[in-house]
Design a protein around this ligand. Sequence first.
Ligand code: SF4
Length: 101
Amino acid sequence: MSRRFEVIEEECIGCSLCSERAPGNLEIRSGSTTAQVFKQPETPEEEEACHEASDYCPTGGLKARSVDSASTKPQADTGSPALAPAGDSKPAGIAPMKLEN
Ligand code: SF4
């Protein structure tokens, strides 16, 4: 599964740490105060550089999202298990426990 990166403008302070770590993918254009991803990583080296840039981002404004290979739709990489749909009181994937007397 590959990753796509994006900068959340509201969280970016324009410090340029990310563009220094991944100059082939991230930049702060002249006249702009926020970074942007001008090219998604295409090689393992670029992906590693973008991950490092994300790790160095002081505000968490550079996000990595998982991309399902069967779809181009990015999915949030929350690191937590899937949640049940609204209205269902049980988390998905957890079977009810049988109690014995
Ligand atoms: S490291 Fe984070 S806060 Fe700094 S320019 Fe990049 S996205 Fe913005």
